[in-house]
Design a protein around this ligand. Structure first.
Ligand code: NAD
Length: 474
């Protein structure tokens, strides 16, 4: 693997060397130079030059490059998955799943690249337009700044890079500083797939040093960001006049009705709560079960959670690896301790061994507790009871987040009721809020973000509409 920044089609040195570690063993698995201000500036200038090349590249050629990228990801699946498993601490089987999804994301982007189009406008609908012919089309924006989080270091990068290139833009990418290696591999693959130099540039380092200058730069036409609400807010305040997409956090709720398939609900909810150590923006954090099924659901959930493998991410049996850092494990340990002091009961887990936090089930919790109210982003799930479906909906919606929510029921009437009552960008029926297909519209309401990803929807946001009016007869 390359140990350099990727700028203007070249692998180049930067500032001080930064060691990237295996989050389970602490061993160094790669080294990358930190980008200096001059490196960020060169990356943006290179992207600006390449933006013209990308804007003039025909759709079939953009599609070919994206298809070749998907193929190469599939061919290098095991190598890329092992890098992801180690740099994040994610179970290898889930890392393989992430590579498969990223290949799918590039394939969808290749297909979408061929159907970016506009429509005609009947300008003769007003007298002044009687002799005009009108149509609109979509044009690329130019340079896109992409800033990504640690938890899906390949597929969340793919969700920005693939639509940006499909639409004929260029990119400056700043991956999360603790997990940049999958993005380095992706740049290698894009280079091998024939992407022109400068069309993607990778800079590495802490957000305030390397991300913030990209956000502020007037040469950058759009920022597409996935990460925490706190950083999202800073980006919105400092970006100036440019488009901004924000994919932020959540406290995903699940409602289990009395007519639910309890085995399926418990198994899916436990996996949705704990895989990737709960470090997923649509991880199951709050469950509201009907009183008549609460005990049964709880027993099944505990059974399903107890079956999950915990430990070394490189073992085939591991579902729950370490958290991204020991500080994060200490943080969630403090939150759980605080909840216990406020009356919560720990039904399972609640223990920490360095960065490894055991799958934890809490009950006797309420909405004033941090572990319910704020995004846990950890392997912790709160099991609650709701007296009625109306109460469950009201509690599930009692949050300023709004990414995805789920209801387990066989009653179609309840599905339509939930659609109106839940102010979330995505509603999942009979599966957990952790369900995502990469081509579906995906994004948060309220404080969970701005805009939507999913290839077609991201492409819309990564293009400007250009209206053309032609006066006839002159
Ligand atoms: P984070 O906000 O700490 O970091 C995300 C990225 O922002 C990193 O690359 C970081 O270096 C950069 N950054 C930090 N400060 C910056 C600044 N001042 N200017 C520019 N960039 C800056 O998030 P994280 O800890 O990596 O990820 C966890 C968060 O991401 C959670 O809140 C989670 O819910 C959210 N997330 C959301 C989605 C989604 O699709 N909605 C998906 C995954 C993760």
């Amino acid at each position: 693997m390359k140990d350099k920044l990727y700028i203007d089609g070249q692998w180049v040195d930067g500032g001080a060397a930064d060691e990237i570690r295996n989050k389970y063993t602490g061993e160094t698995i790669g080294v990358l130079p930190l980008a200096r201000p001059t490196d960020v500036d060169r990356a943006i200038a290179a992207a600006q030059r390449a933006a013209t090349i990308m804007a003039n590249m025909p759709a079939y050629r953009r599609a070919e490059i994206l298809h070749a990228t998907a193929q190469s990801l599939r061919a290098r699946r095991e190598e890329v998955a092992r890098v992801i498993a180690q740099e994040v601490g994610k179970g290898l089987k889930y890392a393989r799943g992430e590579v498969d999804r990223a290949a799918g994301t590039f394939t969808f982007a290749a297909e979408e690249a061929k159907r970016i189009h506009g429509e005609t406008v009947p300008l003769d609908a007003i007298p002044a337009g009687a002799d005009h012919f009108g149509f609109w089309t979509r044009r690329p924006l130019g340079v896109i700044g992409a800033i990504t989080p640690f938890n899906f270091p390949l597929n969340l990068v793919a969700h920005k890079v693939a639509p940006a290139l499909a639409a004929g833009n260029s990119i400056v990418l700043k991956p999360a500083e603790l997990t940049p290696l999958a993005a380095v591999l992706l740049c290698e693959i894009l280079q091998g797939a024939g992407l022109p130099g400068g069309a993607i540039n990778l800079v590495h380092g802490p957000g305030p040093d390397v991300g913030a200058p990209i956000v502020r730069d007037p040469r950058v036409a759009k920022i597409t960001f996935t990460g925490s609400r706190a950083v999202g807010r800073i980006i919105l305040q400092t970006a100036g006049i440019k488009k901004v997409t924000l994919e932020l956090g959540n406290t995903a709720p699940v409602i289990v009705c009395e007519d639910a398939d309890l085995d399926a609900a418990a198994e899916r909810a436990a996996l949705g709560a704990y895989y990737n150590s709960g470090q997923v923006c649509i991880s199951v954090q709050r469950v509201y079960a009907a009183p008549s099924v609460q005990q049964d659901f709880c027993a099944r959930f505990l059974g399903a959670a107890a079956k999950l493998g915990v430990g070394d991410p490189l073992l085939e049996t591991t579902d729950v690896g370490p958290m991204i850092s020991e500080q994060e494990a200490i943080r969630i340990d403090d939150w759980v301790r605080e909840a216990k002091e406020q009356g919560a009961t720990v039904l399972m887990g609640g223990t920490r061994e360095r960065g490894l936090y055991s799958p934890t089930v809490l009950t006797d919790v309420d909405h004033h507790m941090k572990v319910v109210k704020d995004e846990a982003f950890a392997p912790v799930c709160n099991l609650m009871v709701a007296d009625s479906f109306e109460q469950a909906l009201a509690r599930a919606d009692d949050t300023d987040n709004g990414l995805q929510a789920a209801v387990f029921t066989r009653d179609i009437g309840r599905v339509f009721h939930a659609m109106k009552a839940l102010n979330f960008g995505g509603l999942v029926i009979n599966d957990t809020p952790s369900f995502r297909a990469d081509h579906m519209p995906y994004g948060g309401n309220r404080q969970s973000g701005l805009g939507r990803e999913g290839l077609r929807f991201a492409i819309e946001d990564m293009t400007n509409i250009q209206m053309v009016s032609i006066r006839l007869g002159s």
